[in-house]
Structures are given as C-alpha cells and as structure tokens.
Design a binder for this molecule. Sequence first.
Ligand code: GDP
Ligand code: MN
Length: 379
Amino acid sequence: MNIHEYQAKERFRAAGIPVPPGDVARTPEEAEALARTYGGNVVVKAQVHSGGRGKAGGVKLARTPEEAREHAAAILGMQIKGLTVEKVLVTPAEEIATEAYVGVLMDRSAQAPTFMVSAEGGMDIEAVAATKPEAIRKLTVDPRYGLLPHQAYWLANYLYDDPAIVKQAARVVGQLYRAFVDSGASMAEINPLITTPAGEVKAIDAKMTIDDSELFRRTEVAGMRDSSDEPWAETRAREAGLSFVKLDGDVGCCVNGAGLAMATMDLVKYYGGEPANFLDIGGSSNPEKVVAALEIITQDPAVKVILFNIFGGITRCDDVANGIVEATKRIDIDLPIVIRLTGTNEDVALEILENAGFSAFTSMDEVVRKAVETANAEA
Ligand code: GDP
Ligand code: MN
C-alpha cells in the first residue's frame, strides 16, 4: 500500500526526523489560508501516489498566499502518471544548500532491509542510479541487530564532509530505519534530504510503501489508505476478499487456490497464451466472490476470454456453478467463458451449467488449450 507524502511525513515526524510543518488543502482557498498561516513563502505540492511530481509541474514555490492559491488551482485536478490530484500539501519553503538521497527498502535478494544513499539527490536520482551507480552507497542491515550507530555514520559520512552535518544526518538515517520498521514499510525514502545555508539537515520530501501483510496489526497505518488513488480493480478485489494481480495478457483467469492459480497461469503460457491476471477466489464458493471476480476481469479491455478453473474440495462445485450463473445474470458479459470444474458435487455443477447454456470441462489440460485457442482466434 502506498501512502501520501503528507502521511509519510507524519510517520517521519513521529520518529523524530526534522520535517518542516505542513497541512493538506483540497481547494485553492484552503491553500491560500494555509499559506497565510505559514507567512506566504510556501511550496504547494500535489499529493498523489507517484514520484516525479516536480518534473510533472506538481511542485510549485509561492512567494505570497495569493500565488499559493493560483498554484493550488493549477495543481488540483492535474493528472500525474494517470492519477488525478485531489489534495495538495502546503508547507513552508526551505532554503536549500544541498540535496541528498536517503532510502531504505526491503531487498528480496539480500532478504534484509537495504539502505541506499547518494549526495546527488533531488529530481534526477533515477538517472544517477542508471548512469552513475558508483555515486550511491549501499548497506544491508542485519534485522536481528537493526541499524547500528557506526553504520548510520558510515552512510552519513558518504554524504557530507562537515562533522556537524554528518552527525545530524546519521541521526536522521537511524530515525528513518525506525520509521521504516515501525510502519511495516517495504520502502521508505527521503529525496531530497536537504541541508540549509544555516547548516541544518531536513527532510522535505517523504515517500513510503507499506507491506500489505503488515496492515492487520497496524490499524493506524492501515487507516492511511487512499482508495481514490488505487486502481479500481485492486480496491474491488480487496473489498471482496480476492487475491488479484493484474498482468499483461488476454486470458482472464478465475481460479480457486493460489497454487492452482499459478499452475493455471503456467499452463496458459505453455500453450502459447498470456494470462491477463492472477486471481484467487479463495476457498469459499460465495457467489458474491464470483460476481466480483467477473466484474474485475471484464473491466480489463485486454481480456479476450474468461477461464474458470475450479477444484472442488471444501469448495462445492455446484456453489461455484450457481455463482457463475448468478454473476452472468447480473453483469453483461460479451466475452467467451470457458469453465473447468472438478471435485465435490461436480455432476450437479455440470448440470447447472449445461442448463444455463454453458459447456464445461473436467480436464484442466483441455480447458486451458480451449481458452488459449479462443484468445488467439480473437486476436
Ligand atoms: P518529487 O519531484 O515528487 O520528488 O517532489 P519533491 O518534493 O522532491 O520536490 C521536487 C523538487 O522541488 C526538490 O528536489 C526541490 O529541488 C524542489 N523543492 C521542494 N520543496 C522545496 C522547498 O521547500 N524549497 C525549495 N527551494 N525547493 C523545493
Ligand atoms: Mn522527491
């Protein structure tokens, strides 16, 4: 789950990181009023789950409250990487001497949190990573001990020469690690971490991604979800209790059980097709889940065929068959649907489907071949 800059800044502040104050406005007038409370000299920043806002025109400096209102009017409603800006953060403008990058993310290959820092922070950090990887210092943290003070200094030393600034930055690095761990994050980033002409270190941007599996035990963080900034299909899937991952192919897959879902995707590829999604409707055969699954699959314009692959164990095939019939009554589906059901109450299920005009298979191999043929014929 992604959270907004203003929310990540709340977490950072709670961990002690020096972050300038700030507040969120939803209208130009609110932005003007906030700018006035901060003395007029502010930055107006688009709050969307996307980086690169500065380059997209979503971060603007204002000298007066009136100018803040004008910037907010321009930024609110703007599209950044397909997301509509509904909120702006208004924050006092800082004077910047240097901009560094400090980030920590869960590195799957190292199986541990890994820091990355660079003195060349700011809006071109992606270019630095691509063309000058030697300008980035990396450190993998042993999660049993956490980030040790000398490691924080080793990272901060890479960024600055002035010992007074190194000391402040080392503290920030340690606090960022705390915020990362305490929020159940998979990524936490400060870009830029600035120094001011007066020699102070401050975080003026904040980005954090929370591991979805951490949310159940962190209600405060879970409450930061902004569904309006998520793809519709993901919200629908989460609310219906489905595991869903969008992919790039054209065979829409609706399967019960994660293992069977993955085996189905493998077989689709084996026969020369491409799955449009991973979708696990889970162990229950609640027709509502089938309706949600079909809604999610059919709203993807790339899908050319819908493939059901159901193994009836505790799940009863007749329940799923009823769910399919019910769902196709409730939503208009123009796409071909191919179905394979096997296991508990399979006979009853096949009869229900036949009566409703569907032909169903019991062999997984046959149904997947049929689905891929259908998709490729449509292409
Ligand atoms: P991003 O482009 O989405 O990463 O947004 P940032 O918050 O990082 O802002 C982009 C750039 O705007 C920064 O790298 C700064 O150069 C500039 N900027 C942001 N806030 C301030 C500020 O308070 N004062 C000044 N002078 N520049 C700022
Ligand atoms: Mn940034």
